[in-house]
Design a protein around this ligand. Sequence first.
Ligand code: IPM
Ligand code: MN
Length: 358
Amino acid sequence: MTHKIAVLPGDGIGPEITEQAARVLGALGLDLAMETAPVGGAAYDAHGHPLPAATLDLAKNSSAILFGAVGDWKYDSLPRQFRPEQAILGLRKALGLFANLRPAILYPQLANASSLKPEVVSGLDILIVRELTGDIYFGQPRGVREVEEGSFKGEKQGFDTMHYAESEVRRIGHVAFQAAQKRSKRLCSVDKANVLETSQFWRDIMVDVAREYPDVELSHMYVDNAAMQLVRAPKEFDVIVTGNLFGDILSDEAAMLTGSIGMLPSASLNASNQGLYEPSHGSAPDIAGKNIANPLATILSAAMLLRYSLNEAAQADRIERAVQAVLEQGLRTADIHEAGTEKVSTSQMGDAVLKALK
Ligand code: IPM
Ligand code: MN
């Protein structure tokens, strides 16, 4: 069976890094039909919209999406609905990609890249499961309105709405508990239940879902404390489950603990395991077009694509082993380069991974 894969390179370094990941996918000998379409600022420039209908259709009709990155300062002054970020938010919502898996792994070869002491981070391997289609990101109503009572009466006010429906919490809970079952069987649910109604509700539902997973130990932590513990003793965590907004923040923090955000992939899945796969880093417009960006996060995202959407775990392992091999060989792009290693370009890194696959 041919698997259709939408390749959406996007902005900044997106095209360079997805090119390398697509080469790797193409070299595996699988029956893949890869089709490229514009997204983000590039799509706005070409078609007047960050998520053109043709791109959305292609994504909907594919088994998986390989996504680069979107965004550039030059679009900052556009009305919100035309900004590049709307493409990724639109894809998440339209495809129901509610489960965002963001691993933060410290590669032993890159132990010095972290800003934390080696003993605090060595062997770090955590998984953040972020809910991705609910919360204050999508809650209605939102906007700017006039304040009708109280001390700010008569002023304008910006507002957003945070809410989670029971089934939304349950389904992300199941994803997280099942991920924990495959790992160390510890799950920490992060919320702000001491202040927010939405969080107390989230916590109550998680406790209920936990009854179906007696082998998994569920704990709860407030998000401010979690932010602190992630820097103090990150290895205390294994799987973290949290809402959209907290997950956005904590996953950047967790990624940076490894010192090498250029290495970290992510997957966003819906109920039928259709998925969007993208590096955890952004579009880095400052280094775009220079052939110096690290393609490994996108290549590792392609591995996640094989594992979660195509059910090709052996091929995913093959890519991950190839990435380990090039790190062992001492090859490093500029972002992870250190004394005693060999600095290579984006395309040279792609070449090296292809060679290591053989
Ligand atoms: C992310 C990004 C997005 C988010 C932006 C680009 C809308 O920061 O994927 O983490 O906030 O979810
Ligand atoms: Mn983010």
